[in-house]
Design a protein around this ligand. Sequence first.
Ligand SMILES: *[C@@H]1O[C@H](CO)[C@@H](O)[C@H](O)[C@H]1NC(C)=O
Ligand SMILES: *[C@@H]1O[C@H](CO)[C@@H](O)[C@H](O)[C@H]1NC(C)=O
Length: 390
Amino acid sequence: MGSPRWRRLCLLLLAGLTSSLILYGHYYATVEAPTSQRLLPPRRPASPHPGGRPLAALGASPSSRGEPPALRTPALGFGPSACLHSVTARAKADPKFGQLFRFDIPVLMWDQHFSPETWDRLKARHVPYGWQGLSHAAIGSTLRLLNTSSNRRLFDRDNFPGGCVRCAVVGNGGILNGSRQGKEIDAHDLVFRLNGAVIKGFEEDVGTKISFYGFTVNTMKNSLIAYEEYGFTQIPQAKDLRYIFVPSDMRDYVMLKSAIQGSPVPEGSDKGDEPQKYFGPEASAKKFKLLHPDFLHYLTSRFLRSEIINTQYGYLYMPSTGALMLLTALHTCDQVSAYGFITDNYEQFSDHYYELEKKPLLFYANHDMMLEAELWKSLHRAGIMKLYQR
Ligand SMILES: *[C@@H]1O[C@H](CO)[C@@H](O)[C@H](O)[C@H]1NC(C)=O
Ligand SMILES: *[C@@H]1O[C@H](CO)[C@@H](O)[C@H](O)[C@H]1NC(C)=O
């Protein structure tokens, strides 16, 4: 399954496009792209990808360089649970994944993390893994608002007495078209969705429940443009819905602050945007979660260290939003099922489940979908999560 990777790599990459340019039709190319890049020439691999990179190679030398000291975060929800076949237990028992998973790493970031030590560590790394070039005052003023208990954990274990917290993470892959998995998805305790998560008209296939919606401001806004024609006209809103910000750029910190304050974005590329338009009128600090840049760094270096990192565009590389949501669930839930994620037979399916005509999966130069595919397959085989395949 290796060679199609480069052949099919779509090089529409992207960005430095202003949002107005994006509005004029470059949106397909930018949906999953970070924001701070200039238009790039097509990337040509120096040599064909030799196919599956063994995960063991990733885990063989997990570098502790740059990783944060473990924070004890009992609030995060891994306390002793009554769950027999939990992700944690399975991962720890697995020879390969036992070396990769660190369940003491902070998944979320909140006000107390904004210390001089964290600033010094993170300002040495570029986004999304750090704060290089970002303003101390702006980061600080955002993080100070993340001061509620719900900013410190993804969910409250007390709401799930006596058992496993079962999570479904729903990607938007074409494999879900006609899958009739909706009931099964909704039967999970918590359901994660992301980016262009079209629900209307696809309830039988993808369900309706939504506990978390994950995005970067860039992917969120581009999804609204690119998938509007398929009915994605509104970011999901509901009373109990929580938003998971992926801090891929300054934009995300700025939007998050405005969202909590309920005021228009004062500066930057989203200047004038009304966050209520996306997140609804009753947004307050407790509605929002922010992934910790150290968590993104840890995930990338241990689970999804792509060879793209070693190319001249390596600084653009990051795991896809779907990958980040799935890995977030794997570090917080007791049991995890993945739906709509890339599988070996992806060529049989459309890019997304809601397209009217089959479109080939779009590969972005800043993601490594084949590496992600291999990780999901491998986690499924190890019994650590369940990957929906057909
Ligand atoms: C959180 O911060 C806000 C804004 O500074 C403040 O009004 C609020 O009282 C703080 N809440 C807690 C629980 O400290
Ligand atoms: C979705 O499934 C239906 C029924 O199997 C099929 O006719 C249609 O072409 C599929 N759509 C896409 C975009 O693949």
